[in-house]
Write a protein of this length. Structure first.
Lengths: 1045, 491
C-alpha cells in the first residue's frame, strides 16, 4: 500500500514542476452591442480548455499558438469565434438561450442542454457570501429537494443533508459526496469553501446511477477551482466578523421568587394528592422546600420561613447571590478568515494555488475552530493528447469543544444545563452573608455537591477546568492521466487518496466537577481514516454527419475505506491540567480496532444526441460490496433518460418570441444503498454476522453479544422515475425548472425490533418498501433589468409525500414515539392523545377507547391509554423551500437568502421537560404560571405537583408545528469602479457586509425544529423527531474585502 | 529521452491505478476488528467459547449492555428496587429509586420494568449460547471444567427465570396457573405467557441440573456460581413452591448446605468494613468482582447508598426505617450499620438512621454482593419452624445470632414468637440485600410502614398482601414486538 502511495505522490509532484510555454499573445477588449466593456467574458483557445477571462476593463490577454482560433463567450451572450491576434475588438451579442453552461456530472462534464436528469448547481458566488466553516452549511435553502439542517452552532460542525426526503430507515440517508471526481469520505469541514468552483446536486437516478450502489440518497459533486490560462491572477480575501447566539433560549422562569413559590405549590399539591395525604400540606411544603432544593438563595431567613404554611412569601427577602446562568454562559465570538489564491497558466499547464486560514471563535468560552489549508491544483499537457491533472490539499483543523457539543442528553451538556437549572442556584461559591468565597483572589465555581439539579456539575466552570480538543490533519490527493487519440478515443486512469488523522484529547479536572471522585480523567481518541479509489475509464465520442453525437464510456473502479481507531482512558491525574496519559495512573479503558469496507464496480454509459434536439442517455453499473455476505454481495444498477428541446423544433418558431426555451426531460434509474447502521446510527461493517464484544471479567476473557446479524441481508434498492420541464420566457427573463419524481425503495434495510425476551433487541432485515413522490421547482425572474438597476428573485421549493407501501406486519414500533405502518409515513408519531385537564382536580387526562363498548373515554392513567395510541402527525413537512433575491444598483449589490418549511410536526421534548409537575431544582417554562389551580380551573396545563411523572407524560400535547422561516443571509456589497481600480493597479475590489442567521421564526421561542431532522448534533439517529440541546446555532456578522490583482 | 521518462511516469501511474484494483476475492471482505463474529471464533475450542459467554454474562450482571439511567446497574439495582418497595428502607429526601419507594414504578412505560425484563432475558440468551456451544457434549465424557461451565450456565439461567417470574407475576402460592413469562431454552421457544408453574418447572429443572453438575467442586470464588450458591438459590426457590411434597424439608436441606459452606462473620471489623470487597466478606456466596475498567461510576449501587461518597447517597440519604432500627439489640454488632445520631461530615450533617453498612472502597469500584451464607440460617430456621421442628429452628437461628449478639439465646421464644424473631432478625441481617420483598411476597405479608417515623411523610404507608404495584407490567417494547403476548398485568 505504501509503495503505491509513493508512486502516486511522485506522479503528482512530477507534474507540478513542469509549466512551460512560448507562443504569441492574443489580446484585446470584449464589449457588448452598445460598446460597454464586458467583465468576466471567457476567452478560450478553441479545442482546448485553455482560456482567460476579461478584467474590469473588458480586456484580456492570452498566450496561444500562432493560427489558433479563440472562442469568446459570456452568460447571456452569443458565442463568437475569431482568429487569435493582438489588439482585438470583439463584440458579443445578447443570446436568447443560455442553456449551454457546462456542468459537472458523474464521471465527467456535460452541456446543460444535453443533461437528461435532475440536478441543481450552486456556484462559488453563493458560497462566498456565507460565513460558514463547513461547506455543508452553505447549501441550506439553495437547491430544491435538498434539505440542509444546520442546527449546530459549534464552529466547524457539519450540517445534516437529505436529498428528496428519507429514502431509508436503518441505512444511511446521507448523500454521497464526490470531490473532484472521487468519492470523499472525509469531514466536510476540511474543504475550504473558498476553493470551491461549483457544487452539483444530482437528485434523480439517471444522473446518479453511474455511482450505482452508492447513489441512493443522491450525490453531491464538489469541484474545486482550477488555474486559468492567461494573466496570473491573485485574489485576496479577508473577512472579519463576530458570532452571537442565533436562537433565543426557551422562555424559562428567571425570577427566583417565582420559582420558589411555584415549587412550594408543587410540594403543597404533592402533600394533598399523595396516596397518604399530609395532614398539614402547607407545613409539609414549607418544611421540605429547602431540603429538597438543597440551597437557600436568601440571606437571613430560616429555611422553613421563606414561604410560610399559608403559602405567603416572607417580605423583604434579600438574595444571597444574583448569578445569571443564561447570561454568563455566552459570549461574542470573533471570526476571522483570510484567503489568498493565485491562478496562472500557460498553453501547456495551469495552476491554482490557494492558502486559507480561518479562526472562528464560538459563542461559548473556550470553543472554536481553526483551519489552515493549502491547495495546489495542476493541469499539464505532457505531449499532445496526454494530459495530467493533479491536486494536493493539506488541511489542518483544530476544534475546541465543550463536552456539551457532542453529548446532547448528558447532564454535563452546557446548553441543557443552563436552560434547565432553576434560577435559585449560584454559579460561584458564596458564604451565608452572600459574599463571594475567594481563593487566591479568584472566584470559585460552585459545583453544587448538594444541589438538587445536576449535582457535582458546573459546566461554566468545566469550560475552563476541563479540556476537549480535536486536532486533525487531512491530506486530499487527486491525480489523473488521460490519453486522447485523434479518433475520439480517450483512456484515463484516476486515483484518489484521502487521509485524515484526528486526535481528540479530553480531560476532566481532578479538582472540580464529577471526576474528582476518580482524581481526574484523561481520554484520547485517535482516528485515522483512509479512502483509496482508483478507476480506469475508456471513453469514445464521435459525431457523425454533424447530426449524431455518440459517446460511450466503460470503466472499472475499486474503492477501499479504512477506519483505524484508538481510544484510551486513564484516571488518577498528578498535574491538574496536563491531558496526557503519562500524567495519570489508573487505566480504565483501552480500545483499538480497524474497520474496512470495499467496493468493486464495473460501469458503462451510452450518450447519444441528435441535432441538439433529442438526447438519450443510459448507464449500467455492477457493484460488489463487502458489507454483505458473499452470496448477496453483487448488485446491478442501471438507468435510461431522454430529453427533447421542443423549442428547437421548426413548429415552435412562432412561439419563440415569448418562449425561448422549452425542454422536456424523462428518466428512470435504479441505485442501491449498503450503508447499514445499527440502532444508534453507527455503521455496521459485518451486518451479516452475529457480533460479540470482548470484555474483561477480572482477568478472564468474556464475550458479550452486541449485535444479531443476518446472513441474507442484501442491497436496499431504489428506483426513481423523473419527469422535468425547463422553460424560459422573454429571452430567459423568467425561467422555470420543474421536476416531478417517484422514488421507490424496496428491500428497505430495517432494524427489525425483536421481543427483548429473545435477548436481542433487533435484527437487520430487508423487509419493507417505501415510496417518496414529489415535485420540485425553481422559478427565476429578472423583475427589473435596466442598465443601472437589476432586481432578481429566485424561489425554489419542493414537496415530498412519503408512504410505506409494504411491511412484514401491520405495524412496527420503530422507536418509543415512532411507528411504521403500511400507508403511513416514515416520520409518523404514534402517541397517546391528550384530553386536557380535569377541571375538578387539575389532573392530566388522556383519551382511550373502551375495550368493551369502543367508546372514546378519558382517563387519568396514561398507561391505560397506551393501547389507544394514534397517529398524531408526521415529522415530514408539506413544503420546504428557499427564496433568494438580489438587487444590483450601480456598484452596489444586495442579496437576501431565506429558507423555510411549511408543515411537519416535531415532538418538543425540551418544552415537555420544562413543563413538569416539579422536579426539585429543574426550571419551568413561564407557561407554568397558567397551570391549573382551583381558581384557574379551565387551564389546559395540569396542576404543578412535585415528582408527579404524569404532569408531562409525552403525548400529542407536545407535538408542535415545525414550520419555520429562517433569514439565512443578507449581504450588501460594493465594487470599486474601474477608474479607481486602475489607480490602485487592481482588477477588482469588492467590499461586503454580511449577516448570517439573522432571524429564525418558529412556533415557540427557543424551539428549533431543524434539530429533529438530525436527531442530535452527532447525527447518529436517522431522525429523532424530538428536540434536544446541541450547540445552539450562531448568528454571524462580518465585513469582507475581496481584491483581485 | 525526456518524452520517454514522461511516458514511463504515466505508465507507472496507470499500472498503479490498475494494480490497486486487482479483483481478488478477499478484496471484498470487510474488516471489523472491534468485534468478534462466530466465524472468527473458529480457533477457540468449545470450552473457551462457552467459558467466554459465561464470563460475559457475569459482567452483564453489573454492567448491563442496555444501561438506561443512573439508577440502572443490573441485578443489584433490581434487588435494591425491591428493598425500596418493602418496609425497611426510609427515604425522607428521595432521589433515584423514589418511585420504587413510592410503589409506583411498575407500569409498562417506566424504566424499572423494562430494565428488569431486558437484562434478565439478555443473560438467559447468553446462557442458551453457552448450552448451544456445548450441546454435543456427552456428559459422561465431560471434563471437570466442562461440567462446571454447564452447571453455572444452568444455574444462572434458572435464577434469572426465578427473579423474572416473581417480578412479573404474583408468587406461586397465589395462583400457579396465572399467566407468566416467555420461556427460551434449547428445547423450548415459548414466546407467550406460560403459566407460573410452567416457568417453575424450568427453574427447578435448571437449578437441580446445575447443582448436580457443580456438586463436589466446592467453593472457588464468589464471583462464579458454585454448588453452595446454587443450593442457596434452590432453597429460595423451594420456599415459594407451596404445593411441593416435603417442601420445607427440601428448603432445610439446601439452606443448610448453603449456610454451612462459608464461615460466619465473627467480628465487628468484618461486619463494618463496608461490604465492598467480596474477598473481605467471609460469608460471601455470590457477587460480582468489579474494577476500575468495568465499574459504572455514578450509576452504581455504592453511589446510591454511600453517604460519604460523591454519589447520590451523600445527598439523598438512604436510611433504615426506624421501627426496625429500634428492634436492633444495643449489643448487636449490626447496630453499627446505621447512624445512631446525626453525624457531621465534611461540613454537612448526615442524619440519624442513615445506613453506613455499604461504604464505597473508592472511585465507585466496589464489588457487589448478591448472596451470603448467613441468610440461609434464617431460611432454614423458618423452614424447620414450618415443619413444626422448633428446636432445630432455634439452633439454626442461634448459630448465626450468636455471632451478632454475644450470648444470644432464643430459648425463650416459642410458637409464633419464635417465627417473629426469625423474621425480624432476618430483616435486620439482610437489610438492603434484596431479600425482603421476595419474603413478603412469598409469605403474603402486607406492607406496613406506619410504625416508622422517618419515612417521607407522604409515602404510601400501607398496602394489602400481594398488591398490584409489586407486579411489574410487561414493558412496552416487548408488548409491541411480541405477537404472542396480548394480555398485560394490571397497573
Amino acid at each position: 500500500m505504501m509503495k503505491k502511495l509513493l508512486t502516486f505522490l511522485s506522479c503528482v509532484l512530477l507534474s507540478i514542476f513542469a509549466i512551460q510555454a512560448q507562443d504569441i499573445t492574443a489580446s484585446g477588449v470584449v464589449v457588448d452591442e452598445s460598446g460597454v466593456e464586458l467583465i468576466g467574458a471567457s476567452v478560450i483557445q478553441k479545442g482546448t480548455t485553455r482560456g482567460a477571462v476579461t478584467g474590469t476593463d473588458g480586456r484580456f490577454s492570452l498566450k496561444v499558438p500562432k493560427g489558433s482560433t479563440l472562442t469568446f463567450s459570456m452568460i447571456g451572450m452569443k458565442k463568437v469565434e475569431l482568429p487569435a491576434s493582438t489588439n482585438m475588438k470583439v463584440v458579443l451579442e445578447d443570446e436568447e438561450n443560455i442553456l449551454d453552461d457546462v456542468m459537472v456530472v458523474a464521471y465527467g462534464t456535460t452541456k446543460k442542454s444535453s443533461f437528461t436528469g435532475s440536478a441543481g448547481v450552486v456556484d462559488a458566488g453563493t458560497i462566498d457570501k456565507l460565513q460558514v466553516s463547513s461547506v455543508s452549511k452553505a447549501l441550506e435553502g439553495t437547491v430544491p429537494g435538498l434539505v440542509v439542517a444546520s442546527d449546530g452552532g459549534q464552529p466547524g460542525s457539519n450540517a445534516t443533508m437529505r436529498i428528496r426526503g428519507y429514502g431509508s430507515i436503518a441505512a444511511g440517508n446521507a448523500p454521497l459526496i464526490v470531490l473532484d471526481g472521487i468519492v470523499f469520505d472525509g469531514n466536510m469541514n476540511t474543504i475550504n469553501p473558498q476553493d470551491i468552483e461549483s457544487i452539483t446536486v444530482l437528485k434523480d437516478a439517471a444522473s446518479a446511477a453511474l455511482y450505482g450502489s452508492r447513489a441512493a440518497n443522491g450525490v453531491i459533486l464538489i469541484t474545486t477551482k482550477r488555474g486559468k490560462e492567461g494573466k496570473t491572477q491573485v485574489t485576496l480575501e479577508v473577512k472579519q466578523g463576530i458570532n452571537v447566539r442565533g436562537i433565543a433560549n426557551y422562555d424559562v422562569i428567571t425570577d427566583p421568587n417565582q420559582y420558589m413559590s411555584t415549587y412550594w405549590t408543587a410540594l403543597y399539591n404533592q402533600a394533598i394528592n399523595a396516596t397518604t395525604p399530609s395532614a398539614n400540606p402547607g407545613e409539609y411544603a414549607s418544611q421540605n422546600l429547602i431540603p429538597r432544593l438543597g440551597y437557600n438563595p436568601y440571606i437571613g431567613v430560616a429555611d422553613n420561613q421563606i414561604i410560610n404554611s399559608e403559602g405567603v412569601m416572607a417580605s423583604g427577602l434579600q438574595r444571597r447571590y444574583t448569578d445569571d446562568w443564561l447570561d454568563e454562559a455566552y459570549r461574542t465570538g470573533y471570526r476571522q478568515e483570510y484567503n489568498v489564491n493565485i491562478s496562472s497558466g500557460s498553453q501547456k499547464a495551469t495552476s491554482y494555488l490557494s492558502l486559507g486560514y480561518l479562526n472562528d471563535k464560538g459563542i461559548i468560552h473556550e470553543t472554536g475552530f481553526n483551519r489552515f489549508s493549502v491547495r495546489e491544483n495542476l493541469s499539464y499537457e505532457l505531449i499532445k493528447g496526454l494530459n495530467l491533472n493533479g491536486s494536493v490539499n493539506y488541511v489542518r483543523t483544530e476544534q475546541d469543544q465543550i463536552h456539551a457539543s457532542t453529548n446532547t442528553g448528558a447532564t454535563s451538556n452546557l446548553f441543557s444545563f443552563v436552560s434547565k437549572i432553576a434560577p435559585i442556584y449560584p454559579i460561584y461559591q458564596y458564604d451565608a452573608q452572600g459574599d463571594l468565597i475567594l481563593k487566591d483572589g479568584q472566584r470559585q465555581y460552585d459545583y453544587g455537591s448538594n444541589r438538587a439539579y445536576a449535582k457535582d456539575y458546573n459546566p461554566l466552570g468545566s469550560v475552563y477546568s476541563n479540556k476537549n480538543k480535536i486536532t486533525s490533519d487531512a491530506v486530499i490527493l487527486r491525480g489523473s492521466a488521460s490519453y486522447e487519440l485523434p479518433i475520439g478515443l480517450t483512456f484515463s486512469a484516476n486515483l484518489g487518496y484521502d487521509l485524515q488523522a484526528s486526535n481528540q484529547s479530553v480531560m476532566y479536572s481532578p479538582t472540580e466537577g464529577d471526576a474528582v471522585s476518580v482524581r481526574g480523567r484523561v481520554r484520547k481518541t485517535k482516528i485515522k481514516t483512509e479512502t483509496l479509489t482508483a478507476n480506469q475509464l475508456i471513453n469514445y465520442t464521435k459525431t457523425f454527419d454533424q447530426l449524431h453525437t455518440l459517446s460511450l464510456l466503460v470503466g472499472h473502479e475499486s474503492y477501499k475505506y479504512t477506519y483505524d481507531y484508538f481510544y484510551g482512558e486513564k484516571t488518577g491525574m498528578f498535574q491538574n491540567d496536563v491531558d496526557e496519559f503519562n500524567n495519570a495512573i489508573i487505566m480504565s479503558a483501552m480500545n483499538s480496532f480497524v474497520q474496512t469496507k470495499s467496493i468493486e464496480s464495473y460501469l458503462s454509459q451510452v450518450l447519444y444526441d441528435y441535432d441538439n434536439r433529442y438526447y438519450f442517455s443510459s448507464s449500467f453499473r455492477r457493484d460488489g460490496s463487502s458489507i454483505f455476505a458473499k452470496d448477496h454481495r453483487w448488485g446491478n444498477f442501471w438507468s435510461v433518460g431522454g430529453s427533447w428541446r421542443i423549442s428547437e423544433e421548426d413548429f415552435f418558431n412562432s412561439a419563440k418570441s415569448w418562449m425561448n426555451n422549452f425542454r422536456l426531460r424523462l428518466s428512470y434509474g435504479t441505485s442501491g444503498n449498503d450503508q447499514m447502521k445499527d440502532i444508534d446510527g453507527y455503521s455496521v461493517y459485518k451486518p451479516y454476522a452475529d457480533q460479540y464484544e470482548v470484555v474483561n471479567n477480572n482477568g478472564e476473557v468474556a464475550l458479550v453479544k452486541l449485535y444479531k446479524g443476518n446472513p441474507k441481508l442484501t442491497w436496499e434498492k431504489n428506483q426513481v422515475y423523473n419527469i422535468g420541464l425547463d422553460l424560459g420566457f422573454l429571452n430567459n427573463r423568467f425561467t422555470v425548472e420543474f421536476d416531478a419524481f417517484i422514488r421507490k425503495t424496496s428491500d428497505l434495510l430495517l432494524n427489525y425490533p425483536l421481543p427483548t425476551s429473545t435477548g436481542d433487541a433487533y435484527m437487520p432485515e430487508n423487509l419493507a418498501d417505501m415510496k417518496n413522490s414529489g415535485i420540485e421547482f425553481v422559478i427565476g425572474a429578472d423583475i427589473i433589468k435596466t442598465d443601472g438597476l437589476r432586481w432578481n428573485i429566485t424561489l425554489n421549493g419542493s414537496h415530498v409525500a412519503n408512504e410505506i407501501t409494504k411491511l412484514p406486519k401491520d405495524q412496527i414500533q420503530l422507536t418509543t414515539y415512532n411507528l411504521l405502518r403500511k400507508g403511513g409515513t416514515i416520520g409518523d408519531f404514534y402517541l397517546i392523545r391528550y384530553a386536557g385537564v380535569n377541571p375538578e382536580n387539575g389532573e392530566s387526562l388522556w383519551y382511550y377507547n373502551d375495550k368493551t363498548t369502543g367508546e372514546l373515554k378519558t382517563t387519568n392513567d396514561d398507561t391505560a391509554a397506551q393501547d389507544s395510541r394514534y397517529i398524531a402527525g408526521s415529522l415530514l413537512p408539506s413544503f420546504t423551500g428557499g427564496l433568494t433575491t438580489t438587487l444590483e444598483y450601480a456598484n452596489f449589490d444586495l442579496s437576501i437568502m431565506t429558507n423555510f418549511q411549511i408543515g411537519g410536526k416535531v415532538l418538543d421534548t425540551n418544552y415537555a421537560t420544562l413543563m413538569g409537575g416539579g422536579t426539585a431544582g429543574t426550571n419551568w417554562h413561564k407557561d407554568i404560571a397558567n397551570a391549573w389551580t382551583p381558581e384557574n380551573n379551565t387551564s389546559n396545563i395540569p396542576r404543578v405537583e412535585a415528582d408527579n411523572r404524569k404532569a408531562n407524560v409525552i403525548s400529542d400535547r407536545f407535538l408542535t408545528d415545525a414550520s419555520f422561516l429562517n433569514i439565512r443571509n443578507i449581504t450588501l456589497g460594493y465594487k470599486l469602479p474601474g477608474n479607481l481600480l486602475k489607480k490602485l493597479n487592481m482588477s477588482s475590489l469588492r467590499v461586503s457586509l454580511s449577516a448570517d442567521n439573522l432571524g429564525m421564526f418558529t412556533k415557540r421561542q427557543g424551539f428549533d425544529p431543524r434539530n429533529a431532522l438530525s436527531g442530535s448534533v452527532t447525527g447518529r439517529k436517522v431522525y429523532s423527531g424530538t428536540t434536544d440541546y446541541g450547540y445552539t446555532p450562531i448568528r454571524s456578522f462580518s465585513l469582507g474585502i475581496s481584491a483581485n490583482f | 529521452m525526456k518524452k520517454y521518462i514522461k511516458l514511463k511516469t504515466v505508465a507507472l501511474f496507470l499500472i498503479t491505478s490498475i494494480g490497486f484494483s486487482s479483483c481478488s476475492d478477499s478484496f471484498l471482505d470487510s474488516t471489523s476488528s472491534d468485534i468478534v463474529t462466530p466465524d472468527e471464533m473458529g480457533n477457540a475450542d468449545m470450552n473457551t467459547a462457552a467459558k467466554s459467554f459465561l464470563s460475559g454474562a457475569y459482567v452483564s450482571l453489573f454492567n448491563p449492555d442496555a444501561q438506561a439511567s443512573h439508577d440502572d446497574f443490573g441485578l443489584r439495582a433490581i434487588q435494591l428496587a425491591t428493598d425500596f418497595m418493602s418496609d425497611d428502607i426510609a427515604f425522607p429526601n428521595p432521589g433515584f429509586f423514589q418511585y420504587d419507594y413510592k410503589e409506583e414504578n411498575n407500569a409498562l412505560n417506566y424504566r424499572r420494568p423494562n430494565s428488569t425484563w431486558t437484562q434478565h432475558y439478555a443473560i438467559i440468551a447468553a446462557m442458551n449460547n453457552v448450552l448451544t456451544v456445548m450441546k454435543d457434549l456427552d456428559i459422561n465424557e465431560a471434563t471437570d471444567a466442562q461440567k462446571q461451565i454447564l452447571g453455572q450456565a444452568y444455574g444462572l439461567r434458572g435464577y434469572m427465570y426465578f427473579v423474572l417470574i416473581n417480578m412479573f407475576q404474583q408468587p406461586y402460592s397465589v395462583n400457579k396457573e396465572a399467566p407468566g413469562i416467555p420461556i427460551y431454552t434449547l428445547e423450548l421457544t415459548l414466546e407467550g405467557r406460560n403459566t407460573v408453574s410452567e416457568v417453575y418447572d424450568v427453574i427447578v429443572s435448571d437449578l437441580e441440573k446445575s447443582y448436580s453438575l457443580l456438586k463436589g467442586y466446592g467453593f472457588t470464588k464468589a464471583s462464579e456460581l458454585n454448588e453452595y450458591s446454587v443450593a442457596g438459590m434452590l432453597a429460595r426457590v423451594y420456599s415459594f413452591i407451596n404445593d411441593r411434597p416435603n417442601q420445607w424439608q427440601d428448603v432445610v436441606n439446601y439452606s443448610m448446605i448453603a449456610a454451612q459452606s462459608r464461615p460466619l462473620i465473627e467480628t465487628k471489623e468484618q461486619i463494618t468494613n463496608g461490604f465492598n470487597t467480596l474477598d473481605a466478606i467471609p460469608e460471601a456466596l455470590w457477587g460480582s468482582s468489579i474494577n476500575s475498567e468495568t465499574n459504572t461510576f455514578y450509576a452504581s449501587f455504592f453511589s446510591v447508598m454511600d453517604p460519604y461518597s460523591m454519589g447520590y447517597g451523600s445527598m439523598y440519604y438512604v436510611e433504615i426505617a426506624n421501627a426496625l432500627y429500634n428492634q436492633i439489640d444495643d449489643n448487636d454488632i449490626r447496630k453499627n450499620w446505621f447512624l445512631a445520631e446525626d453525624q457531621d461530615f465534611d461540613g454537612v450533617t448526615i442524619p440519624k438512621y442513615t445506613q453506613v453498612k455499604f461504604i464505597d472502597r473508592g472511585s465507585f469500584t466496589s464489588d457487589y454482593l448478591y448472596m451470603r451464607s448467613a441468610e440461609f440460617y434464617y431460611l432454614a430456621a423458618e423452614a424447620y419452624y414450618n415443619m413444626g421442628d422448633e428446636a432445630n429452628a432455634r439452633v439454626a437461628l442461634e448459630t448465626v445470632m450468636k455471632k451478632r449478639i454475644n450470648g444470644y439465646s432464643a430459648t425463650s421464644k416459642t410458637g409464633s414468637a419464635l417465627l417473629d424473631e426469625i423474621k425480624i432478625q432476618k430483616r435486620i441481617e439482610l437489610w438492603g440485600e434484596g431479600v425482603r420483598l421476595l419474603d413478603m411476597k412469598r409469605r403474603g405479608e402486607a406492607l406496613n410502614r406506619t410504625a416508622s417515623t422517618n419515612h417521607l411523610s407522604i409515602v404510601v404507608k400501607e398496602l394489602p398482601a400481594n398488591p398490584i404495584p409489586w407486579v411489574y407490567q410487561i414493558p412496552n417494547k416487548e408488548m409491541d414486538a411480541n405477537e404472542n403476548i396480548t394480555e398485560n398485568n394490571p397497573v
